[in-house]
Each structure stands twice: as C-alpha cells, then as structure tokens.
Ligand binder design. Structure first.
Ligand SMILES: [Zn+2]
Length: 281
C-alpha cells in the first residue's frame, strides 16, 4: 500500500517531557528532502523540547515551519508549542474539544486554528487526513497519510506500554470506538507519541481492543469476588505498580468502571474517595 518514500519524509525527534512519562515524546517533522519547502511539526512536546526541535530544523537547513499540529493538549505533547510558534511564526492547530485540557496547562496555549475531523494537510508531497479519535483525550486527533496509511498516532497507541484514560476528558467507550475507527480505515504503520514505530498497525489496534475488553472482564470478575474500591482493584490488577503510575492506573480503572456503569453492569455507591462499586449483571 505504501507508494511514497515515507521514511525519508517523516523525521521522529525524541524530545524531553519533563518526566511526565518514562519515555521521551516523539515529535515529528514532515519535510521533503528533495523539494525543500515548508515543513510541518506534529506534537513539539514539552517546553524543554523546543530547543531540540529547533536544532533538528537547523540540521534540515532551517526550512520555514508552515504549521504546528497537535494530536491533543496534554503537557508532554503541547506545552512546547507556544515557544515553537514564537520562534517560527507557525500557527498552532488543535481540535476544539481539547480546549478544556489546554486550559489546564501552566502556560496558555495560543491556538490559532481549530482542527476538524476530515481536514486535510498537504505537505512534502504527502496528504494527511485529520481523524478525530477521542478517548485518551476528548479532542484527540491522528493524522493518516492518505496514500500509504502511515499514521501519526499521538497517544492513541504507545510504542511500548499502554495508554492511560483520564476521565472526565478521557472516555473508555470513546477510546474503544476510536481504535475501531482507525482499524476500519485501513491504516498501516503507526508512529506513536511515545516509544518505537509500530509496523503492523492493524494487529496492534486489534490487540489493544482485545486487551481493553479483557481488562473490563477482569474488573467485573474482581467486583463479583467482592473487591469494591478503585485502590483495591488497582492493587489486584497491577501488583507491581511504580508510584509514578498510580494516578494513570486509577484513572484508567475508573474509566473502565464508568463504561461498565453506562452499560448497566455496575452500580456506584458514594462519591470520590468513598466510592464503592458493585457488579449487578
Ligand atoms: Zn496524552
């Protein structure tokens, strides 16, 4: 399916993310080595990443940056966008559903344009379709290269670990639908926001869906066995959890419970720290 020389046109630039994640964030620069011309930067990373991106651009001969595209507004993808915009004059694009997340960044994020589902970006002879893929974040967008299926995947998938879902801006139901949406679209290689390239995108998307559904059943089984709180569920599901991952694990378990509640399978009693959960069917 791959008909263009994608590898030479999409450069992965690992940028520091201030310790938010174990792994660096993969920023991507889309450029044309033969034609030169303007480039597009996807997910410049945290504020600490700006220097790294500028150095990578300098190596390419300082081409003009036409657009800064954000897959979502989490700090480890978006916080450096303002400084890069300042340095290059390029506008920032974000889906409006992620504005509530953008507002939680320490520094304001100057969003110039709203991304739309289905919007097209042509750069370096490639055509990218923006595909709205909520779940990890409400306004999460991936960029699918139309001819090759190569996809700049943001945090929809992770090259190595799993993806955290953080309600209320994240939703397990939406996340599962987004994985399926991308699978139906016939993507090929996935270039994730963290970790190595995923060569077999469809297999990974299928595995992610199966993993989430298996996790949902595991949670239902623990509830049936009398485990009733999120901390106790997390302790059973992730016995060797590193302290830095506790928040993500609790949020993701809550996201599963939220879906089970919506499905009418679980009832929540009490709120916040006191909340308990019960399987009803
Ligand atoms: Zn994220």
């Amino acid at each position: 399916m791959e008909t263009v020389d994608i590898a030479s046109k999409i450069i992965s630039v690992p940028v520091p993310n201030d310790g938010i994640m174990e792994e660096e964030t993969n920023a991507y620069i889309v450029h044309s080595p033969e034609q030169g011309g303007p480039v597009v930067v996807v997910d410049p990373g945290s504020a600490a990443g700006t220097e790294v991106i500028l150095a990578a651009l300098a190596k390419l001969g300082d081409p003009p940056v036409r657009d800064i595209l954000l897959t979502h507004a989490h700090v480890d993808h978006a916080a450096g966008a303002a400084a890069l915009r300042e340095a290059t004059g390029a506008p920032i694009w974000l889906h409006p559903d992620d504005l509530p997340v953008a507002e939680r960044l320490k520094e304001p994020l100057p969003v110039d344009h709203y991304l739309k589902d289905g919007q097209t970006f042509e750069v370096a002879g490639l055509v990218f379709d923006a595909v709205l893929t909520p779940g990890h974040a409400a306004g999460h967008v991936v960029f699918v290269e139309r001819n090759s299926g190569v996809t700049l995947a943001g945090d929809l998938v992770h090259g190595r670990g799993t993806v955290g879902i953080f309600p209320p801006y994240g939703s397990m139901r939406a996340y599962l639908a987004s994985l399926q949406r991308l699978l139906d679209r016939g993507v090929t290689r996935l270039l994730p926001g963290h970790g190595p390239v995923i060569d077999n995108g469809p297999a990974t998307l299928r595995r992610y869906i199966e993993h989430r559904l298996a996790r949902e059943e595991q949670i239902a089984e623990y509830l049936a066995a009398g485990v009733t709180t999120i901390p106790d569920l997390v302790a059973r599901i992730y016995p060797d959890l590193a302290p830095r991952n506790v928040y993500a694990a609790r949020s993701t378990v809550y996201a599963h419970l939220e879906k089970l509640i919506e499905d009418g399978r679980v009832i929540q009693e009490g709120a916040d720290e006191q909340a308990t959960y019960r399987l009803v069917r």
